[in-house]
Each structure stands twice: as C-alpha cells, then as structure tokens.
Design a protein around this ligand. Structure first.
Ligand SMILES: [Mg+2]
Length: 371
C-alpha cells in the first residue's frame, strides 16, 4: 500500500477453486432453429413481428446471422425490422426454453451440485470437487459442451478459471461455441489487456466515467489505487480494485441449496420428565447431524422449537462463533437452550434446526487444476 495508514486490507487471491461458466449461444433462437430446421442459416429474431404489435415489442434474442445486420437483444423489434426486413420473427416460447434449460441442468448435475443459474441459459459451476473426481475443470467443461451438443443439439461457450468473475469473462471470449481457460498464471496478462467494457459488472455509465478519468483497459484500472477508485465509484471501487487483480472470492451459490436443516418430533404422549426431554433432544440431534453430514453442510445457529400441551409454541435461537460439527455439540447446545428457556414440562413437540448453513470444504487441497 502506498498510504502510510493501512486503510484497506490488501486482498488475497484464492486460486484453489475451479469454476466453469457456461453460456448457451443465442439460446432462444438456437432452440427455435433446432425445432424448425428450415430457419437455419437465416436471420432469426425472437420477438413478435412488429407488424403484429403495432411496432411494440423487444428482441429477446437474435441468432448470429441476424447479428450481422446489427440486431441484438433488448433492441426494439421495430428497429430490428428496419435493419433487416427479411429477418424471420419468431414469438418467444418460454416453455420450450425452460425445458431445454432443465435438460442442461441435468447435464451439469452429472458433475456437481454447486450450480448457480444466472438465467435460463447461463450458469456458474463449482467443480473444485466433483462427482467424477476429475481434477481438470477444463476437461469437465469440454465434456459438458460435448454432452449439450450431442444430447440437446445446442451449442454453448464455456469459461474456466479459479473464480466467477474470470470464468464469466472467459466464456464470452471465444463465443460462439468456444472455450477459454484462464489459469492463475495467465490471469494478470489477460486482465491487463482487456478493454474496460469487457469487465463484467461495469455498466455503460461506469464505462463512460472511466474513460473520463483515463481508464480504457485493465492496465489503466490496475494503475489506480483503491482509495481513488472508491472516491470515483463508491462501493464498486473496492470490487474493481480486486477484480483487476484477479480476485473474486464470491461463492457459487446454489439457489436450491438448503438454508437450514432441521427435524421435529410430535410425541404420542407429552414429555413430562427431564429425562424424556433430554432423550428426545439426543435423538433429534443425531438425526439433524446425520442429515447435515449427508448434505456436507454445517452451521453456527441452532433453533430450538418447543410446543407445550396448550399448543403455545416457542422458538429460541443461539448463534455460536464456531461451526457445530458434532452431534454431541449440537445436543449440548439444544439442552442448554432448553434449560435456559423452559422450566415447564408437558411438552408435545420438540424441534432442532441448524441454520445459516455453509458448505463443509476441505481446506485448499493442492491439485493440478489445469492441464
Ligand atoms: Mg447466452
């Protein structure tokens, strides 16, 4: 740091992960062409024909043939029509695209459960550990591309790197139907040469602002210090400072991942002694911990639910500084919450839930990531 007072922590680059970004090529248009091969080699625009809408409507996707005329998504259908009057306008059929997307995800799931969809046709995959125990993310990405092509008759582009930011930029680099790998030792050069427009997350307005202060490439961005970037771009300045250094530690978040794991029991007769309660909490702790282990998750917050004979129900939660990693620990915590919160007996339901879950990861096992 150039400043005498260390204002910001110098960020560290984590290169232990293997991330793939898959982006389907002209997805909606490609699905339509697959369904109706007579459209192939013609300019195809996925939108209602402007003549049918009185000029309203927006292009959702244009195939590469249509893009040659300057047509792109988010353009008005009317403008697209003016650019290429012979373009074929196909109204969107989202059910069809959803179905294709579901099948794509089935292919992803052969390799990992850590999948973060960004839209129907794009997703991040974390393959640091994967179902086929393959050490090369590049080979997994190639396999996925091949399976999507042979099974779905669709093409996609893939980016492979050690974080989401780089994987996303990489997938765009050799589009359509290409793959780009950015290994850790190539990231710096790659980012330095990249025009600022290509930095994912930098919108048009920010690009203008950057040009205004002389930032055109990654190299220009790299030469700015963090304080200056924060002054110009607020919070985004911090993230720009990191991204241009190849640092992005955000997780691949599976939207469907459980946020909590819990178990509750309703008793056929109310629990009326301490021993019965302790026995029930022991049993629940075992089940919850078993479930957590199965999902490779752990958390720091325990929620105890108690319902009394009169149906009054209470939940009490406690958060701990460390992950709760054994059934004994979970059991002790549950008992302590119960002892603190409840003196009454005659309990008809008990539940234990662990929330705020995180993945159990094995610390940075060094493996050859790239081949
Ligand atoms: Mg796409």
């Amino acid at each position: 740091m150039r400043y005498g007072i260390l204002i910001f922590d110098e960020p560290e680059r984590n290169i232990s992960r293997k991330i793939i970004h898959i982006d389907m090529d002209a997805f909606y248009a490609s699905v339509e062409i697959r369904e109706n091969p007579s459209l192939s080699d013609k300019p195809v625009v996925i939108a209602k024909h402007p003549k049918d809408t009185g000029g309203r409507g927006v292009v959702t996707t244009a195939n590469y043939e249509a893009r040659k005329y300057g047509i792109h998504s988010a353009m008005s259908a009317q403008k697209a029509f003016e650019l290429c009057p012979k373009a074929l306008f196909v109204p969107p059929n989202f059910e069809l695209y959803k179905e294709a997307s579901r099948k794509m995800h089935q292919i992803f799931q052969r390799y990992t459960d850590k999948i973060q969809p960004l839209s129907l046709d794009e997703a991040y995959l974390d393959v640091t550990t994967n179902h086929i125990n393959h050490k090369s993310a590049t080979i997994i990405a190639e396999r996925i591309r091949k399976e999507i092509y042979t099974e779905l008759n669709l093409t996609c582009s893939a980016g492979v790197s050690y974080n989401k930011f780089l994987a996303k930029i990489a997938s765009d680099f050799n589009k359509p139907n290409g793959i780009t790998v950015i290994p850790p030792d190539k990231a710096h050069d790659f980012l330095m040469k990249l025009p600022i427009e290509k930095y994912h997350g930098v919108g048009e307005k920010s690009v203008e602002k950057m040009h205004g202060i002389g930032i055109y490439t990654g190299q220009d961005l790299y030469s700015k210090d963090e304080l200056e970037l924060v002054e110009h771009f607020g919070k985004m300045g911090h993230s720009l400072y990191r991204k241009v250094r190849g640092i992005d530690n955000s997780e691949v978040k599976n939207n469907r991942e459980p946020k909590s794991v819990g178990k509750e029991s309703t008793f056929s007769h109310n629990l009326v002694s301490e021993n019965e309660v302790i026995g029930a909490l022991r049993e629940l702790s075992v089940k919850v911990m078993k479930n957590l282990n199965k999902k490779q998750k752990h958390g720091k917050t325990v929620v105890l639910k108690i319902r009394y004979e009169d149906f009054q129900t209470y939940t009490r939660r406690r958060t701990f500084p460390d992950f709760i990693d054994s059934e004994e620990m979970l059991f002790q915590i549950a008992v302590s919450i119960w002892e603190e919160e409840s003196q009454d007996l005659s309990i008809r339901l008990l539940g234990i839930t662990v929330t705020g879950l995180d993945s159990i990861v094995f610390e940075n096992i060094p493996l050859p990531l790239w081949e």
